[in-house]
Design a binder for this molecule. Structure first.
Ligand SMILES: CC(C)(COP(=O)(O)OP(=O)(O)OC[C@H]1O[C@@H](n2cnc3c(N)ncnc32)[C@H](O)[C@@H]1OP(=O)(O)O)[C@@H](O)C(=O)NCCC(=O)NCCS
Length: 163
């Protein structure tokens, strides 16, 4: 099992994993991933199994904006390579690969890279039931997100400060 950067050739697999992991309305579409892979491939990582099949992925752009908003999910062009904050737009593991630390390893690597790049921190939004999961990595819950209401769900914004 290994982590590698995603490429445009992973597009179909990524879109499929997303559609399995998130319900309709919350799942990002194929065009969104195409744009993200084109615009910020250095901030898109895949976890592969021992046969090199994609099992999980993480992605998000960098920006000087402090808060994660729904507009960011669909607007890859807002990416600023010199941005202070590393956003996390999606972290998902195919059901058959869960509870094996895949998401944990991806997130740790994402955080490590953000640290190496001198970012101020990492920001994500999540559902209530995952708050304690992210707290284990040092993320602090900032409460219900006002900028994200995607899928009609209540999202909580969490921030990890680096350095
Ligand atoms: C949330 C999600 C990404 C977690 O993926 P995962 O790869 O199973 O995550 P991990 O394996 O790192 O951790 C999951 C649990 O497995 C446990 N675990 C990790 N490694 C383990 C191992 N080797 N053996 C047994 N359990 C393990 C973790 O402690 C964690 O338990 P916890 O929930 O009590 O903290 C996955 O369930 C998913 O894709 N859900 C749908 C999409 C989603 O909601 N994404 C998050 C958006 S905010």
């Amino acid at each position: 099992m290994f982590i590698r950067k995603a490429a445009q050739s992973d597009l179909d697999q990524i879109a499929q994993i997303e559609s399995i992991c998130f319900p309709q309305g919350q799942a990002a579409g194929r065009e969104v991933f195409r744009d993200r892979l084109r615009t910020f491939p250095d901030h898109f990582m895949i976890m592969c199994d021992e046969y090199s099949n994609a099992a999980a992925f993480i992605n998000g752009f960098t920006t000087d904006r402090r808060d994660l908003t729904d507009e960011m999910y669909r607007s890859a062009y807002m990416h600023d390579e010199n941005g202070a904050w590393q956003m996390v737009f999606g972290l998902c593991t195919l059901p058959e690969y869960r509870q094996r630390g895949f998401a944990q390893r991806l997130l740790k690597e994402f955080i490590r890279q953000a640290g190496l790049q001198g970012r101020k921190g990492v920001v994500l939004t999540c559902k209530q039931q995952l708050i304690t999961y992210y707290e284990k990595f040092g993320f602090v819950n900032e409460g219900i997100s006002s900028g994200s209401v995607i899928g009609g769900v209540q999202w909580y914004q969490m921030r990890l400060l680096l350095g």
